[in-house]
Ligand binder design. Structure first.
Ligand code: NAD
Length: 493
């Protein structure tokens, strides 16, 4: 049991393969580090290629040889058992996420834990009864054969689910809910920085649900290439990946040899457009959201677009917002920003800050490591003013508490700048006129957008990216379809 100031938890060190909680075949372990203290929290099984081979074989067997893929009522019951089991360990999960992810406990009250726990399994479980698994087409007479016709939805088969470290439970839940509800089997590969939230899921599945052996396998590894086996193996039908665009492209490339289906949820460089008529004092505090969880979120609004006519006024407000961000110890309930997940990520963020300065942006707040925190991978809340959209800090995903403020001339210019990005994940528009804000939102090429502060998140909301932000959708009916194949049947009788 690990005791922390926000609760205690017992981590699970073993992986789940073929229904059993096991150590790695090699007996190897790797460390799990607390990013706020740099201390080793404990360890976890370090899977090698042979463990991954076992996991893929067992997922394939469970799909091909059990009635998991066809028994709707049983699947629904299993998802309800899993929901109940997760809720019974909610407070342990909260303390564990704060420790291994470095996420502020405050963020676990929202997207990191409580929000996905609310409906990420419940909504797909309900869909099992509501979804149109079959639909009848008009009778046909092709080739002179009078036929009845229908469309049947079937699971894809074996899914390889590759998780990131920034929202490890949220992403796992939003993958597993629909993957299991639609009758697939799955091998989950958590990110090496955050293995315990996934191994806990494995233990709960093994000990508290009737989910058959092999339907879910959880395989942590310190070696990214063990995860790559999923993309190369012909027994895996689909890869569901959340993470960086670079890795997403590699998965597509490696998966091409076996024509893998892919769902990719990748990076973003989302813009918040503030119209000339907006109430800046009311609207701009939301821009401090870029520091939530140290900016480690794909849909963060990392570019703020301000009209030149009100630029000086907006810049002053934003300075004050960024200077007053509560950050530091993630167990402090007042903090919204904790550390970056690793020294590597911290250094990556700092290298972007340097690029911003080198390319001529004005560093107005932060930009370094906080002097009052001598341990942990922290970066100060950072504000860049006078950013040109062609600069690296306006084009690349920094994944840190770094806000870039870009002036624009008129509405056309704002839309042009917002869309001048290889990414297309999310965005926001603020105007005194709801109609005007909605009209601008329709012109932004992103998979989600907030209008005047509205929230789009939910298990029923199809989420994903345009352009380099991804392929396909998770959640909602579209997300359900991601994990389904379509069979067209012509029949007589
Ligand atoms: P990453 O995309 O490389 O890692 C994410 C997951 O992919 C991990 O589980 C990792 O083990 C796995 N992985 C890596 N290479 C793989 C391969 N060849 N085949 C199969 N799986 C593989 O991300 P990272 O290196 O941890 O972080 C780098 C940057 O990625 C961040 O700074 C951030 O910009 C971005 N990122 C984005 C998100 C997001 O939600 N969009 C999440 C995490 C990271």
């Amino acid at each position: 049991m690990i005791e922390t100031s926000v609760g205690s938890f017992s981590p699970e060190r073993r992986m789940l393969i073929d229904g059993k909680l096991v150590e790695a075949a090699s007996g190897k372990l790797f460390d799990n580090i607390n990013p706020a203290t740099e201390e080793v929290l404990g360890s976890v099984a370090d899977a090698g290629h042979e463990d991954m081979e076992q996991a893929i074989a067992s997922a394939r067997r469970a799909f091909d040889e059990t009635d998991w893929s066809t028994d709707h009522a049983f699947r629904r019951r299993c998802l309800e058992q899993l929901q109940e089991a997760l809720e019974s360990e909610r407070e342990q999960m909260r303390a564990e996420l704060v420790a291994e992810v470095g996420t502020p406990v405050r963020v676990t009250r929202g997207a990191q834990l409580d929000l996905p726990l609310e409906d990420a399994f419940r909504w797909p479980a309900e869909q099992i009864d509501q979804f149109a698994w079959e639909r009848q087409l008009a009778d046909g007479n092709a080739f002179g054969v009078a036929s009845k016709r229908k469309v049947v939805k079937e699971p894809q088969g074996v899914v390889g689910a590759v998780l990131p470290w920034n929202f490890p439970f949220e992403v796992a839940a939003n993958k597993l809910g629909p993957i299991l509800a639609t009758g697939n089997t799955v091998v989950v590969k958590p990110a090496p920085d955050t293995p315990w939230s996934a191994t806990r899921l494995g233990r709960l599945i093994a000990e508290h649900t009737d989910i058959p052996a092999g339907v879910v396998n959880i395989v942590p590894s310190s070696d990214h290439l063990v995860g790559e086996d999923l993309t190369l193996d012909p027994r895996v039908d689909l890869i569901s990946f959340t993470g960086s665009t670079v890795t997403g492209k590699r998965i597509m490339e490696k998966g091409a040899a076996t024509l893998k289906r892919v769902f990719l949820e990748l990076g973003g460089k989302s813009a918040m457009i503030v119209c000339e008529d907006a109430d800046l004092a009311a609207v701009l505090p939301a821009a401090g959201g870029v520091c939530t969880h140290a900016g480690q979120g794909c849909a963060m609004l990392t570019r703020v677009l301000l009209p030149r006519s009100r630029y000086a006024e907006g810049a002053e407000i934003l300075k004050s917002v960024m200077e007053n961000i509560r950050y530091g110890d993630p167990t402090d309930p007042n903090n919204v920003q904790g550390p970056q997940v690793s020294a590597k990520q911290r250094d990556r963020v700092l290298s972007y800050v340097k690029k911003g300065i080198d390319e001529g942006a004005t560093l107005a707040v932060g930009g370094g490591r906080p002097t009052h925190l001598d341990k942990g991978y922290f970066v100060e809340p950072t504000l860049f003013l006078d950013v040109d959209n062609s600069m690296t800090i306006a084009q690349e995903e920094i994944f840190g508490p770094v806000l870039a403020v870009i002036p624009y001339d008129d509405e056309e210019d704002a839309v042009r700048i917002a869309n001048d990005s290889s990414y297309g994940l999310s965005g926001a528009v603020h105007s005194a006129s709801a109609e005007r804000a909605m009209a601008i939102a329709r012109r932004i090429r992103t998979g989600s957008i907030s209008v005047n502060g509205g929230m789009w998140y939910g298990a029923d909301g199809p989420y994903g990216g345009y352009k380099s932000s991804g392929v396909g959708r998770q959640n909602g009916v579209e997300g359900f379809e991601t994990y389904l194949e379509t069979k067209l049947v012509g029949y007589i009788g």
